[in-house]
Design a protein around this ligand. Structure first.
Ligand SMILES: Cc1cc2nc3c(=O)[nH]c(=O)nc-3n(C[C@H](O)[C@H](O)[C@H](O)COP(=O)(O)OP(=O)(O)OC[C@H]3O[C@@H](n4cnc5c(N)ncnc54)[C@H](O)[C@@H]3O)c2cc1C
Length: 294
């Protein structure tokens, strides 16, 4: 299949991209890595009249470490995270997730910002953004605005971005240097979108869990947190350090059981809602065990 006709603009700056978007009356689409947009155009599921190609906008292809925040430019490719971009737990978490994003050619072309803007509920970066309470920075004709992850993802393929807004970057708060992280997902074949994924950050103080974060993907119309399960873990001691003891640690199993009940799961041709609840239970426990074993 070939796409419907469109006008093509290659821009060199974010400001130029915003200006073309503003002039296009809501009929333009941003072209980032093209790994989701181009197939959709070829199938004519998307028919933008104007494409704004941001692949040559160098200012968007940057990682900026601000100490407590890692700023990820929207054009940073998935593959950039395969090796840790940071010495701490954030670098470990991003590289655990990166290797699950599609196949190598997709990771080389596809972008962090494209994934967030596309908002597939089973996309790894959407789940990580929700896990960390990231902030998305959007530029529009009226200037920049920051959107917290809890408000950014509206439903499948729909975000808080307006048609004339460009996603500039995601601001990822770093877990503390001693935090432990885990990421587990299940897909039918390597490289497929996950049926379900679970990501966890466990902050430990004085041998106790001071704060736990759990985010789930592929289970609902957007990435979600499991606040009840997170609360159950607060104040619990960490399991003994050997991984075999952590797998029989009941606090993790109880929290995972709770997570599988507190999220409204969806069913589709790939798996029923009940199957996804089972996956949440298993993957949440494994992600917590993986974190505790660090
Ligand atoms: C076979 C296959 C398997 C895949 N498996 C996975 C997987 O397992 N996990 C996963 O997460 N993804 C997967 N993907 C999708 C891939 O990660 C895409 O790269 C990603 O969804 C979109 O990023 P992109 O840079 O290619 O964006 P594009 O395809 O260029 O754009 C996607 C959408 O986002 C909009 N957009 C892009 N950038 C911006 C911006 N800066 N501001 C505003 N809007 C913007 C576009 O207009 C478009 O609507 C897979 C894709 C394929 C083809």
């Amino acid at each position: 299949m070939k796409p419907a006709r469109f006008d093509y603009h290659q821009v060199r700056t974010a400001a130029e991209a915003v200006s073309v978007l503003a002039q296009s009356g809501g009929e333009a689409k941003v072209l980032a890595g093209g790994q989701s947009l181009v197939p959709a155009m070829n199938f004519r599921l998307a028919r933008p009249e104007v494409l704004v190609d941001i692949n040559r906008v160098a200012e968007l292809d940057r990682l900026t470490d601000e100490g407590e925040i890692l700023r990820v430019g929207s054009m940073v490719r998935h593959a950039a995270f395969e090796r840790p971009v940071d010495d701490g737990p954030l670098g470990r978490l991003l590289s655990m997730a990166a290797r699950h994003v599609g196949h190598l050619p997709i990771r080389i072309r596809g972008t962090f910002g494209g994934s967030l803007a596309h908002a597939d509920p089973a996309a790894e970066w959407c789940v990580i953004a929700r896990l960390l309470d990231a902030e998305m920075v959007a530029a529009g004709p009226g200037g920049d605005r920051r959107i917290p992850a809890s408000e950014f993802f509206h439903t499948v393929f729909t975000t808080a971005l307006e048609p004339d807004e460009l996603l500039i970057e995601a601001r990822l708060p770093k877990p503390s240097p001693s935090a432990k992280v885990g990421f587990k997902q299940f897909s039918r074949r390597a490289g497929d979108f996950a049926l379900t994924m679970a990501a966890a950050v466990v902050e430990v103080r004085g041998g106790e869990i001071a704060e736990a974060r759990i985010a789930l993907g592929g289970v609902s119309d957007r990435p979600v947190r499991a606040p009840g399960a997170e609360e159950m873990l607060r104040g619990r001691p960490l399991p003994p350090s050997s991984s075999s003891s952590s797998s029989s640690y009941t606090a993790f199993a109880d929290a995972a059981e709770h997570a599988s009940g507190e999220v409204e799961t969806i069913g589709d041709i790939h798996g029923s809602a009940r199957y996804r609840r089972d996956l949440i239970r298993v993957l949440t426990r494994r992600a917590l065990e993986q974190a505790a074993a660090q």
